[in-house]
Design a protein around this ligand. Sequence first.
Ligand code: HEC
Length: 189
Amino acid sequence: MNRHLMLAGLLMALLSPLHAQPTALDIEATDFDCLSEMTPVRGFFIDNLNGDLEATQAAAEAPKGATYPAGSVVQLVPTEVMVKHPKGVSPATNDWEFFELKVSDAGSEIVTRGFEDVKNRFGGNCLECHAKAEPQWDMICETGHGCDPIPLTGAMIKVVQKVDPRCEQTQPLSEAERQLLDHLKPFLQ
Ligand code: HEC
């Protein structure tokens, strides 16, 4: 090999770790599942696409908050998901990617996805709300973490979770839940 080429190659090999871009996870609609197949933590559901559910659970249960590990999937309602990419993929969102899904008994379809510009069906920007969580909570809002509240009560969230159309098994609803669902239906389509 020509000496200059060799030198250039050596130099590139030495420099490349400095320029190495963290690799984003490859995420598809089929990665998202029925909520009751996920692991419940308080009111929401978690999973880990890298098989490291324990690390995600430890972060979700850390009493003073923690940074979620790469691969973490978090859902509150069937149609909205946050997935954690490896560190450095998107510093502005703490490496979270936001997804708005369309769900049916055929599974999940990705309607929109991305980092800073994803909006939910009501026009709210995911990041704008989630970034208001105090830093130790890694953009997870729940209640009391500093985010503006969503206009759904705990009972409403529970019904929406129970009727996730991706689940093979339907969960029984109480009469009160059935009535709530009737009120919510127009917003779920
Ligand atoms: C109006 C502000 C607002 C917008 C807009 C918003 N969220 Fe949230 N989100 C919240 C709040 C508040 C909670 C916690 C609700 C609760 O637990 O009662 C939440 C909960 C969640 C959770 C469960 C984990 C957590 O943070 O508690 C996920 C996942 C989530 N949202 C994803 C999204 C995605 C994806 C979008 C955009 C498509 C989005 N959200 C848009 C405020 C918002």
